[in-house]
Write a protein that binds this ligand. Structure first.
Ligand SMILES: [Zn+2]
Length: 403
């Protein structure tokens, strides 16, 4: 199959006018101008006048919370989380949240997102996602203070072993955060990921209060959370957040860190040297009223920054192009459009350990693609995508057309 496009945006190289992408089976076999791509008996698929991009990659989301979309008002993180806990505890949680996973996956595909890095509190997502033809890394989450497993490394390993991987489904591991999981359990989670050669991620430096707690100012957290932590044997490490991260990771391979909203001087350089990917969720960041995110400082220091949506319970929807449009329109000095697009494709794939397989249109990579309608006079296709956040007219995962 040859897909012909007004513009092809490979991400790994400059835009190609009157381009084409040849797909055999689940793989990309050629990328170039229409003249360069070898004609053969393969049909040229009629996809209309489009901009062809790699399928977008959302490295950080919690699809099970899609069922709470619109239920919670923008608020500081701590008041939001307790309201969310209350909502989740209502009868029928499992069925409701599994429906949320399904809805979130299809909402993602309809927005051109062909791969998600999804976290589920009780590992309820993978068998819902398995039959849905979206690519997914299903992160199994360890939360020490939780009522339900996985609450310790043994339960985490058991749950991870249940996940039935396939070409579109990879298991990942995540210790929830440095204030909810103690050092040894964070280390054990990362060790398990390393042993199984699977990606790991975690939330880090999301709130000022968390950072204060890690430094030893335990009063920064509210008394109810403090009592939960005490009951689970979690104490402050009394270290600066990113020095503590280095202690947790040790010599293990780098991972993906959601948020990193609060940095101190030198942290960006430390993250760059360690090779971690930072996952910034712009509209969710605004929802919680955080201080401006230091992603430009991180980019300048050489850190790979990917963009995610976080959950639909702290966002308007799961569209990555709408994250880009928000950054471009409503924040000062946004990066160039090409950089923004890389942050939701190739850099996001890196956050999931999938950069060799997806995230750009390159020969040998998986044929995960999105096609967006292209008006006739379009001279700058990247600007068009970022400015207008269009819906795709076609989406392919592993060479199979879904929309
Ligand atoms: Zn999150």
């Amino acid at each position: 199959m040859i897909l012909r496009a007004a513009w092809v945006l490979p991400i790994s190289g400059p835009p190609i006018r009157d381009g084409a992408v040849k797909v055999i089976g689940d793989r990309i076999t050629e990328v170039g101008t229409l003249d360069q791509v070898t004609p053969d008996e393969e049909t040229i698929a009629d996809v209309g006048r489009v901009i062809l991009t790699p399928g977008l990659v959302n490295p950080h989301t919690h699809l099970e919370l899609t069922c709470y979309a619109g239920r919670l008002e923008p608020a500081p993180f701590w008041s939001w989380i307790w309201q969310l806990v209350k909502l989740r505890a209502a009868p029928g949680q499992v069925q409701r949240e599994q429906e949320g996973v399904r809805e979130g996956a299809w909402q993602s595909l309809r927005a051109g997102v062909t791969c998600v890095g999804d976290i589920s509190r009780r590992n309820l997502h993978w068998h819902v996602l398995k039959p849905i033809p979206i690519r997914k890394v299903c992160f199994v989450e360890l939360l020490t203070l939780a009522d339900d497993p996985p609450r310790n490394p043994a339960e985490l390993e058991t749950e991870a072993a249940c996940v039935q991987e396939d070409p579109l489904l990879t298991v990942g591991l995540t210790p929830h955060a440095p204030y909810t999981v103690p050092l040894r359990q964070i280390q054990a989670t990362i060790a398990l990921a390393t042993k199984r050669q699977r990606p790991w991620c975690t939330h880090w430096a999301e709130t000022r209060e968390e950072c204060e707690f890690l430094r030893g100012h335990t009063d920064a957290l509210d008394s109810f959370l403090r009592s939960l932590l005490a009951a689970s044997g979690i104490r402050s490490p009394r270290m600066a957040p990113f020095a503590y991260l280095a202690k947790c990771v040790g010599g293990a391979p780098p991972g993906a860190l959601a948020h990193c909203n609060y940095l101190e001087p030198g942290d960006a350089e430390r993250l760059a040297a360690a090779g971690h990917v930072v996952m910034y969720c712009p509209r969710s960041h605004r929802f919680f009223g955080h201080e401006p995110h230091p992603y430009r400082t991180l980019l300048q220091a050489g850190v790979t920054v990917a963009l995610g949506t976080d959950s639909a319970a702290s966002n308007e929807n799961l569209s990555l192009l709408e994250e880009l449009r928000y950054l471009r329109r409503e924040t000062p000095e946004p990066p160039p459009d090409q950089t923004l697009l890389r942050m939701v494709t190739l850099d996001a794939a890196r956050a999931l350990g999938l950069q060799q397989h997806i995230g750009s249109l390159e020969v040998g990579k998986q044929a995960d693609l999105a096609a967006f309608p292209c008006p006739r006079d379009t001279a700058d296709p990247a600007a068009l995508l970022v400015e207008t956040a269009p819906l795709p007219s076609g989406v392919w995962v592993a060479g199979r057309r879904l929309l």
